[in-house]
Design a protein around this ligand. Structure first.
Ligand code: ATP
Ligand code: BTN
Length: 236
C-alpha cells in the first residue's frame, strides 16, 4: 500500500486551529492531506482546553478516511511522535490517553476528531523550538530543551509524516499489533493513577491497555475498564 499521509500538504502562516481548518476542507480533499500552520491563534486540546501554539512548534492535522471512526487512531499519532523524537535522540513514552511525555513533562498532545462515514482528523501538536509559556513550564517541554540547538522544523515534519504513514498502515491492517506497541510505550503501566471522568475521580493501579484502547485499572483488587474519552489522568 502506498503511503498516503502527506501526499497533499497545505501550509499556512497562521490559522485558528489546524483541526478546525481540516474539518472545514475534509470533504474536498483526498485522504492523507496534511494541514500545517506556523502558528495557531486558537489551538485546542480536549474539552476546549487551549493549546499554546506559538511559532517554532509543529502544529498539524491529517485528514483521514478510515472505514470507521476508531478511538485507537490517537495511538497512531502518539507512536509516530515517539519514533520521531527517537530519530532526534529523545526518549519518550505515552501518557494514556493522548499525550507524549519526555523527561517527565508533556512534549506533545494528540487531538482526534471524527464524523462517522465522513472523516477522521488526527491533530498533533509537538513542541519543537517554541518557548513554553511560563505557566506551563513545570509540566511542558520542547525538543530544543533536549537537543540544546534549534531543529529544522521541515526535517521534523518529514520524519513525523514518514512514521505516521507506517503506523497508520499498522492501524488499518493489524490494530492488535498497534496495541502491542502502545503497551510497550505506555509508561504509566504498573503505576498508581487517578483518572477524572466528569465529576468522578477514580484511583487505582494501571494494569494494562486493552486491545480496544481502554485502560484496565485495579481498584482495591477490583478490575475496572476506563474507556478512552474525555478522561484526564494523573500519576504518582
Ligand atoms: P493534563 O494531562 O495536563 O491534565 P489533559 O491531557 O487532560 O491535560 P488536554 O486537554 O488533553 O488535557 O491538553 C490540554 C492541556 O495541555 C492544557 O490544559 C495545558 O495544561 C497543556 N498544554 C497547553 N499547551 C501546551 C503545549 N504547547 N505543550 C504542552 N502542554 C500544553
Ligand atoms: C491535548 O493534549 O489535549 C491535545 C493537544 C492537541 C494540539 C494539536 S496542535 C494541532 C491540532 N490543532 C489543534 O487545535 N489541536 C491539535
Amino acid at each position: 500500500m502506498e503511503r498516503i499521509i502527506g501526499r497533499k500538504r497545505i501550509t499556512l502562516d497562521e490559522v485558528d486551529s489546524t483541526n478546525e481548518y481540516a474539518k472545514r476542507i475534509a470533504g474536498d480533499v483526498p485522504e492523507g492531506t496534511v494541514v500545517v500552520a506556523k502558528k495557531q491563534t486558537a489551538g485546542r486540546g480536549r474539552k476546549g482546553r487551549s493549546w499554546a501554539s506559538p511559532e517554532g512548534g509543529l502544529w498539524m492535522s491529517v485528514i483521514l478516511k478510515p472505514p470507521r471512526v476508531d478511538p485507537r487512531l490517537v495511538f497512531v499519532g502518539a507512536l509516530a511522535v515517539i519514533d520521531t523524537l527517537a530519530d532526534f535522540g529523545i526518549e519518550s513514552g505515552i501518557k494514556w490517553p493522548n499525550d507524549v511525555w519526555a523527561g517527565g513533562r508533556k512534549i506533545s498532545g494528540i487531538l482526534t476528531e471524527g464524523k462517522a462515514g465522513e472523516y477522521s482528523i488526527l491533530g498533533i501538536g509537538l513542541n519543537v523550538n517554541n518557548t513554553i509559556p511560563e505557566e506551563l513550564r513545570e509540566n511542558a517541554v520542547s525538543m530544543v530543551q533536549f537537543t540544546g540547538r534549534e531543529l529544522p522544523l521541515d526535517a521534523v515534519l518529514e520524519r513525523l509524516l514518514f512514521h505516521l504513514g507506517g503506523w497508520y498502515r499498522v492501524f488499518l491492517e493489524r490494530p492488535d499489533l498497534l496495541m502491542v506497541k502502545v503497551r510497550e510505550r505506555a509508561f504509566i503501566l504498573g503505576k498508581v493513577v487517578t483518572v477524572t471522568e466528569g465529576d468522578e475521580e477514580i484511583s487505582g493501579i494501571a494494569l494494562d491497555i486493552l486491545d480496544d484502547g481502554s485502560l484496565l485499572l485495579s481498584i482495591d483488587g477490583q478490575l475496572r475498564r476506563i474507556l478512552y474519552g474525555d478522561v484526564s489522568l494523573r500519576f504518582f
